[in-house]
Design a protein around this ligand. Sequence first.
Ligand code: FAD
Length: 480
Amino acid sequence: MACPSPALLWFRQDLRLADNPALAAAAERPLLPVYVLDDAAAGRWAPGGAARWWLHHSLAALAGALAARGAPLLLVRGRAEIVIPALADAIGADEVLAGRLYEPWARERDARVAEALKAAGRSLRLVTSTLLREPPTVMSGSGKPYTVYGPFAKSMAVRGEPEPPQPATDRLHPVPGAPTGDRLADWHLLPQPPIPDWAAEFGTIWTPGEAGAQARLTRFLAGSVRDYAVNRNLPGIEGSSGLSPHLRWGEVSPRQVWHAVREAIPGDVEAAQPFLAEILWREFSYHLLWHRPEMPEAALRERFAPFPFAPDAALLRAWQRGRTGIPVVDAGMRQLWRHGWMHNRVRMIAASLLVKQLLQPWQAGASWFWDTLVDADLASNSASWQWIAGSGTDASPYFRVFNPVLQGEKFDLKGAYVRRFVPELARLPKRWLHRPWEAPEAVLREAGIVLGRDYPAPVVLPEEGRRRALDAFARLRVEW
Ligand code: FAD
């Protein structure tokens, strides 16, 4: 029997071996696994600082796993439309296999790669790897894309359970004489001296890579999954899965997560629903990005575009640094800086304060998140910011303004979250913790706080900010 022709396996956002359809399709052939660092194609949306920290460690883990199975990972930096066809040519691969990407820049790049391969008589085969279903296959009865989450989620349910995940292949067949690539360390994805190591604490929270993803999933299934519906809103405890960066880099697939949760709560379809609904929010974000590629930059509701934001560098900086004087927001922004991640409830409160009470453009907040989140994901980040700002297709109405004090008191009732990330307030009694500016002088003194010295006075009082936001909205004259 003739030896099957070699394949080039192009890893992108599916940095795993199990349930990897591109790998499964190439596993019986001699293969060359490759990762291409192509910042030029991604441009503005090249991974930010925190995501690069993650990528470094995730690639190290993937390289180790592939080497153990006999097919080492090749690392190459450059334009994919040049690198990929050249590698395919060098190893005589007739096909390049990869998981499909949905970011507008990646779609354009894949079209260029496919064209270059085609010109040489080769092909690019893209398979579904990072989503449950391809966005164009989930359309409304009238053949249109969905704009509202509820009907989208229903439509996903009608299509039935996702396919079961596939196990990893134990043994791979390397191509003989594979080219030599870069050393991961030379890509400088980690913070480099003399810049202080802002990621120093990340490793205490996260273990990037497929094994780390499985460990995180196992921990979630053994613990928080059952009380997820209530505890997911409490930032002071580990009430959610913490799987977002692992999903972002495809170290675990959504269908692996989906089926693992189903099996962990057998027979109780309803109990799994609140969590699975979030997996569908992720799908919905990709659905929106696919059909509205302008989403990362421009308001999805066109009538929202002229919103009178009032950019102010000092306010933006206070927010970024966790120095707004609003404790729950500052705790969130400092968690983000220290861990590269922020609790979902607090993301909503912090984002709402920025775009509503402080009238800063949502793009400025999204951009900061892009650089500081290890799970920074173009679809989920842009969709979530537009949802908060009120400019999304299925957005929280603009006139619904979160009160960060009441939100803090409701979801961080005992103050564990604020005390952890804003230690200068740790001695403040619960009653004043989320509103230190209202605390009597004697209470502040007792807690060792002088407002404006040890902790900032609020950049805006919630009610005053709310009025300002509603005035700005009234000027826009958008009907809800
Ligand atoms: P869980 O509650 O355990 O949820 C499970 C998974 O579902 C998550 O890992 C994530 O993949 C997905 N998910 C959960 N909530 C959402 C949501 N609202 N939208 C889309 N997917 C969701 N999520 C990102 O993955 N990347 C981002 O860049 C991102 N930016 C955000 C920006 C703002 C302003 C807001 C309000 C939310 C953002 N989210 C983003 C969504 C959400 O906050 C995170 O997915 C979640 O906090 C991750 O924690 P977890 O893994 O414990 O989530």
